[in-house]
Design a protein around this ligand. Structure first.
Ligand SMILES: Cc1cc2nc3c(=O)[nH]c(=O)nc-3n(C[C@H](O)[C@H](O)[C@H](O)COP(=O)(O)OP(=O)(O)OC[C@H]3O[C@@H](n4cnc5c(N)ncnc54)[C@H](O)[C@@H]3O)c2cc1C
Length: 293
């Protein structure tokens, strides 16, 4: 199927993009990599009256570590994250690189953008989950200027965010390194969104967990933090027993949907297993780091 007719414009700066969105009204949309938007237009799930193509704003393609946090330009392709080699970035944010392999297929990773995925706000999207896990902030520009939106306020529902129709994400900021973070997911076919995905981040002292973050994708209409699983981990001696308990606790408290991909019960089982796997991977990173010293 082909999309309904729309007006096409190009912007070569952020200011131009915002100005065009303001002029064109609420039915206009930004076009970044087109990997979600064009498919939805082809299926007539969305019918924007106009597209403002921002792919040419190349100064929004970057991944920058500033000693502590990490900044990712909104138009950075997924593939850049997958292939990043800068030790300054990888030391604290290797979870982004390892999670990138789960994002769609190679052509999608080449064309799709980091900011596009965040704006699209699929609750199973890897970048949306990691933004929630690691307290990222979205830097957004609109007609009134720039504002920052924390991930906890940004994702408001299925494909729904705190963005106004005339605002553009220009950057995503991760405030602190998370060396012991991991993401695991399960999809029936390679390249599909995970039916369920689990992301975890640990702060460990010796064998004890000082603090933990656990986020699930595919079980709710937003990436979902699971404080009950975090409480099981915090203060506990780490090991498979406590990882299993954290997964089981999460399975108890979530209320996932049933659909053609699987029943709610199946998603609960997946959540428990994937949390356990992600925790195991995060701890393996701690051991690797200790061995490398
Ligand atoms: C078969 C298939 C499998 C996929 N599997 C996965 C997967 O496993 N995991 C995953 O995360 N993604 C997956 N994707 C989606 C892919 O990652 C997209 O690249 C991403 O969701 C959207 O990025 P984009 O740059 O292509 O944005 P577009 O498709 O161009 O835009 C998507 C939406 O975001 C808005 N938008 C784009 N950029 C901005 C911005 N800077 N500021 C404000 N609004 C903006 C657009 O207006 C539009 O509403 C898959 C896609 C396909 C087709």
């Amino acid at each position: 199927m082909k999309p309904a007719a729309f007006e096409y414009r190009k912007a070569s700066t952020v200011e131009e993009a915002v100005e065009q969105l303001t002029q064109l009204g609420d039915d206009a949309k930004l076009l970044a990599g087109g990997q979600s938007l064009v498919a939805m237009m082809n299926f007539r799930l969305v019918r924007p009256s106009a597209l403002v193509d921002v792919k040419g704003i190349l100064d929004l393609q970057y991944v920058e570590a500033n000693g502590e946090g990490l900044k990712i330009g909104a138009l950075t392709p997924h593939r850049w994250i997958e292939t990043m080699e800068d030790p300054g970035v990888l030391e604290g944010f290797s979870v982004l690189k390892s999670a990138a392999r789960w994002v769609g297929h190679y052509p999608i990773r080449t064309l799709g953008t980091f900011g596009g995925s965040i704006a699209h706000a699929d609750p199973s999207a890897e970048w949306c989950m990691l933004a929630t896990l690691l307290d990222a902030e979205m830097v957004v520009v609109g007609p009134g200027g720039e504002r920052m939106i924390p991930a906890s306020d940004f994702f408001q529902g299925f494909f729904t965010t705190a963005l106004e129709p005339d605002e553009m994400i220009i950057e995503v900021r991760f405030p602190e390194p998370a060396p012991y973070a991991a993401l695991q997911e399960f999809a029936r076919r390679a390249g599909d969104y995970g039916i369920v995905a689990a992301a975890v981040a640990l702060d460990l002292q010796g064998g004890e967990c000082r603090s933990a973050r656990v986020v699930l994708g595919g079980v709710s209409d937003v990436p979902l933090r699971i404080p009950e699983a975090e409480q099981v981990l915090e203060g506990a001696d780490i090991g498979q027993e406590v990882f299993k308990e954290a997964g089981q606790e999460a399975a108890k408290v979530i209320d996932p949907p049933s659909d053609v991909q699987g029943t709610a019960e199946y998603r609960r089982d997946l959540a428990a297993t994937l949390i356990q796997r992600a925790l195991t991977e995060a701890v393996a990173k701690v051991k690797e780091a200790a061995d490398a010293r």
